[in-house]
Design a protein around this ligand. Structure first.
Ligand code: HEM
Length: 422
């Protein structure tokens, strides 16, 4: 059964409605509760106005400090001793037989600062200009192929038939997975992602563990094959990667291939979906972009600023720190609301307005500092190609009805379904 989601429409949104609570705890209650939330940004705006730095109740978000304004976050992101907390994995994923949790423990994102930095440098070194140059034609081929499949119909659900499929197919090609294996890997990737969600049934957990074992075995085998006969793919580049004399261990290689497969998947799906919603709600911007493709690069930055798919960064303070007059002790938790900061009026003029021509410098959609998204260049290509190909091939693209639904999630934000016609 499909989750109910949050009803929304393509009508212009009132970003500053009356009747929202003024009490920060109550604002957070509304944010968490899909039935009360409605649109997301009016609540973030309210939180930023009444309590831009705010320590919430322990039972809600670990009593974490919450930041919704640009001013403080720059300092937090630059502090090397404010890090992702590996403990989150132990607390969040207590289910199953340990296969899923084992992979999550091994991916760079959730490791202690030392292995994280070393592994990150090695993985990043495989993202060479030569590799990146190959990605645009792959993305174009995938996007055109997907449109070919539904162009002859009356309607399509962009989320399912396009937005979800683009990042999966592109990263699978890039990693060097042979096409005949796509269905199996797609199923593993889906089951793996479900096991990482908030509510996990025993069945979902079991499938997540099976998927984790399946992915580990698959990438171990692919690594074996490519170390014998290297190809022009990311797996071969990762096998060859070397920085300061260090190499990835086979275990690190395999876990981080799984991370690359997963990290760019629903994030990019949601970036595409949020951009489509934003364009449908702003027909003048849609028309401008359709008629002026040279604006695409800038438009993608504005999509990232305007409605980021990753909304929250969690951090833990290792040494304690002072920000303004606030002392955060050793072990203090921090939540940085990236989407709220991307609409901070001290940073962007009229931030609730979508303006694909605006000068969008330094948004936080890909975070900043030690964990800055490794796949940002790929995500940008996929977004530009994904939106550009749609507008080229289906110039009269429009929503099939006046309504759609947001998924009822906080961390990763995007539409649940987007039925369009053309
Ligand atoms: C619109 C698409 C994307 C968005 C919005 C996004 C956003 C982010 C954010 C906010 C982080 C930081 C997480 C943190 O600080 O805890 C991150 C990290 C990461 N992203 Fe992305 N991402 C996207 C696409 C991709 C793609 C396509 C890939 C790879 C193929 C990728 C790979 C990664 C990896 C490996 C990390 C971890 C970096 C580290 O631990 O140092 N992402 N991403």
């Amino acid at each position: 059964m499909k989750p109910p989601g949050i009803a929304a429409s393509f009508e212009p949104v009132d970003w500053n409605p009356s009747g929202l609570p003024d009490d920060p705890d109550e604002i957070l209650d509304w944010l968490i509760d899909g039935k009360k939330r409605g649109e997301y940004y009016p609540l973030l705006r309210k939180l930023r106005e009444v309590a831009p730095v705010y320590k919430n109740r322990p039972e809600l978000f670990h009593g974490a400090w919450m930041f919704t304004r640009f001013e403080e976050t720059d300092e937090i992101f630059r502090n090397q001793r404010v890090v992702n907390n590996p403990q989150v994995i132990e607390e969040a994923f207590t289910h199953g037989d340990g296969s899923f949790t084992g992979v999550m423990r091994d991916v760079m994102l959730w490791q202690e600062p030392e292995p994280h930095q070393r592994v990150r440098n090695l993985v990043k070194s495989a993202f060479t200009p030569r590799a990146i140059a190959r990605w645009q034609p792959i993305a174009e081929m995938v996007a055109n192929d997907l449109i070919d499949r539904f162009e002859g119909d009356d309607q399509a659900d962009l989320v399912k038939q396009y937005n979800y499929e683009i990042p999966f197919n592109v990263i699978a090609h890039i990693l060097g997975i042979p096409e005949e294996d796509f269905p199996k890997i797609r199923e593993f990737a889906w089951d793996f992602a479900r096991a990482g969600e908030k509510l996990v049934t025993p069945e979902v957990s079991k499938r997540g563990d099976e998927a984790a074992r399946g992915l580990v075995a698959y990438f171990e085998n692919l690594a074996e094959v490519r170390s014998g006969i290297p190809g022009d793919d990311l797996m071969s580049s990762l096998l060859a990667a070397e920085a300061d004399g260090a190499r990835l261990s086979r275990r690190e290689l395999v876990a981080n291939c799984i991370l690359l497969l997963q990290a760019g998947h629903e994030t990019t799906q949601d970036l595409l979906g949020n951009a489509q919603v934003a364009l449908f709600r702003n027909p003048d911007q849609l028309a401008m972009l359709r008629d002026n493709h040279e604006l695409m690069k800038n438009a993608v930055e504005e999509f990232l600023r305007y409605d980021a798919s990753v909304q929250i960064n969690h951090r833990v303070v290792l040494d304690g720190m002072t920000i303004g007059d606030i002392e955060i002790p050793v072990g203090g938790m921090i939540y940085i609301f990236l989407g709220a900061i991307n609409r901070d009026p001290s940073r962007y003029l009229d931030p609730d307005r979508l303006d694909i021509t605006r000068d969008v410098t330094s948004h936080l959609a890909f975070s900043f500092g030690a964990y800055y998204c490794i796949g940002a260049s790929l995500a940008r290509i996929e977004a530009a190609v994904g939106i550009g190909t749609l507008l080229d091939r289906l110039p009269d693209l429009r929503p099939a009805t006046g309504e759609f639904r947001w998924r009822d999630t906080l961390q990763l934000r995007g539409p649940q379904e987007l039925v369009v016609t053309w």
